[in-house]
Write a protein that binds this ligand. Sequence first.
Ligand SMILES: Cc1cc2nc3c(=O)[nH]c(=O)nc-3n(C[C@H](O)[C@H](O)[C@H](O)COP(=O)(O)O)c2cc1C
Length: 199
Amino acid sequence: MINNDVSHLAGNPVLTAIRNRRTVREFLDTPVPRNVLERVIEAATWAPNHRITDPWRFIVLQHGDKARVEVAQLIHDWTLENIPNPNQATRRKSAESAQREILDSPSFIYVYSVPGDNEEVTRENYAAVCCAVMNLSLAAYAEGLGVGWSTGKPTKPGNLADLIGADLSWDIVGALFIGYPAHVPDRQPKGLDHCASWL
Ligand SMILES: Cc1cc2nc3c(=O)[nH]c(=O)nc-3n(C[C@H](O)[C@H](O)[C@H](O)COP(=O)(O)O)c2cc1C
């Protein structure tokens, strides 16, 4: 039986954030101030990264800006063309919903990883950027914000990088929806019996 009693650490802010952070995709309309967003991006850059490559790149698409509108349209069009559903009305609904989510999200950031000179470094860099996204998510939690990390439709079109000025060599790590939560879902991890073996 696993003892996961953490009462001796009650109130510890790191553990509280790790356990209570959830993926959020429903937000209040309240804008996220620029300095708050800068703080959570800065927190991301404290992530471990082998060889100190600082491989993360963040592209912030500001609310109402032309770039955000163009990206939302691109994702709409990609969805309409590519989701595998024979029903045209369903495809249109899905495309409109993907577009709307991008337009409405209080903050919206693309995250990329810069590849290395070889496969090993490229993999390390990608892993480091995933750590950076987690740092960003925990820092966002500390600010009262929620983050939704997507590797779905918002990341798919081949010409996305071109549109937002990302280097074509970079690997996309995700699109981040960020804002003050309107709804925070619940989730319990499966537990150590599911994932850990002790030899
Ligand atoms: C690499 C990565 C990609 C993800 N992509 C998506 C996505 O495309 N769509 C989505 O709804 N959630 C996505 N998520 C969020 C997960 O679904 C979420 O983390 C999971 O349901 C666990 O919930 P929690 O983050 O609240 O603990 C992604 C998470 C990670 C780590």
